[in-house]
Design a protein around this ligand. Sequence first.
Ligand code: MN9
Length: 292
Amino acid sequence: MNNTGMKGIFTALLTPFYDDYSLNAQSLKELIEFNIKSGVNGFYVCGSTGEAMLMSTAQRKEILRLVKEITGDRVKLIAHVGSTNTDDSVNMALYARSLGYDAISAVAPYYYSYPVSAIKEYYYEIARKSEMPLFIYNFPTGSGFGLTPEICAEMFGEEPLLAGVKHTSTDLFALNSFKREIPSITVFNGFDEICLAGLAMGADGAIGSTYNFMGSKFVALYDAFCVGDIGKAQALQNEACKIISVLCKYGVFQCEKEILTLMGIDMGPCRKPILPLSDEGKAAMKEIVRSL
Ligand code: MN9
């Protein structure tokens, strides 16, 4: 079993764009430096939060390269290489390997529905061709495929390059089962609004989008949990949930970009067909930034 030893808080990195959707490399650098100062342990690059599913493979590779150039060896890096087809994913996985990424991750192939045997083959081929530790990105509501404890046990038994699961689901019994049945794997909680609950059920850490601007809050939550200060961890989770509930109302990624832009890092628009943030949403983000 591929034990990465990864733990703690990983930011699912947003992608700053110019108005023509080209990459804003200066803002990317500022965002990364701000997050490293917040104390996060690593970055999950080009995932849902990074709008990867709306980007070309070429642009995804450009981001993977720049993030590694900017971070060097200061934090752990996981490249999300999931796509609708195995070949593109293998191509990106090989590129991530050549750049020196610590691990890769992939969402299940989406749009068409596949039998479990096809999904397994997709993961095995990406892992074997790249020879990289691979995290299954389990996002049932996004991909249409839900990892069960049974399928998880089969897959980790069959392929030693599988390293863990990024579990973006509110089913924390499933998260607990993955980790309890195969303790050597690394499991990340994927919904920030239940970060503490995920840790309590056995997650080694958490990957999330709101850490882009609330990294220090979640690092403090993780530290409080690790030393058993559950009261403090709960208070921090409550503070975060209050903010996340507003983000969910207006559109999470648009809101996060607006917040960071107000904080001084120009994040630009989200890619279409994501809609721009409404004026009401913008006003609500101003309030949040004032309260941070
Ligand atoms: O990467 C993110 N998942 C998705 C994790 O966006 C699908 C989360 O951080 C959520 O954005 C967040 C708000 O629901 O928990």
